[in-house]
Write a protein that binds this ligand. Sequence first.
Ligand code: PGA
Length: 253
Amino acid sequence: MRKKIVAGNWKMNKTYEEALSLVSEIDNMLQDEGRGDVTVIVTPPFPYLQSVGKLAQGNGNLLLAAQNVSEHESGAYTGEVSAAMLKSVGVEYVLVGHSERRQYHHEDAQTLYKKMKAALAQGIKPIFCCGEPLEERDADRHFEYVGQQLKDSVSYLSNEEFDQIVIAYEPIWAIGTGRTASSQQAQEMHAYIREQLSRMFDAEAAFNCTILYGGSANPGNAKELFSQADVDGGLIGGASLKSRDFTDIIKSF
Ligand code: PGA
């Protein structure tokens, strides 16, 4: 059975106090209401990792992810944060290849591959994000586009490394727009991704890979999305900033 995951991507939101409140609320709600067999991850901004992590991991309930990692090991890279630093404050997962990083920070396929390698070398699991812009979907080229993203970064990993990663399919036109992919569109793409992965690695490894959906997921649509055979959870942006909504999404499984 592959792992079910719901990860909250807080992006550049919340003050320190707000971040601590949010994680405490989520933790309390999950303890009171249960969350089945879902692995829950929170992804706060860098300065709050350690403090949020302490609250999150206190009961062993929530796992900690970072929003970014340097592809370099250490040294003169002002403003960057290494995988070893993340590891030392309890980070277990890291987002790699989010469309906002690709677009605003010009992270290319080779850089994303190096970031995954840097994380994996420290035992941190990358959540590799992929997804097409609206033009590609409208031109019916979305499968090729996402297939190429996987080929350009993920295919270079070893079998052992691949076993450690999570994939998140996030169509760019659905991120923060309120326009979710239909459950059928999500399922089709997730099945396609799994098939591509089974060609790059092997069928069993691809079968066991957790593939998350991201893009305007909310408590109203999560159940339908998560009911799809190849949708193993969600990467949640906006709705992860509200404890009630995020908890309800987790409970949608
Ligand atoms: P959203 O963001 O849920 O606000 O659309 C998802 C993401 O960017 O990970």
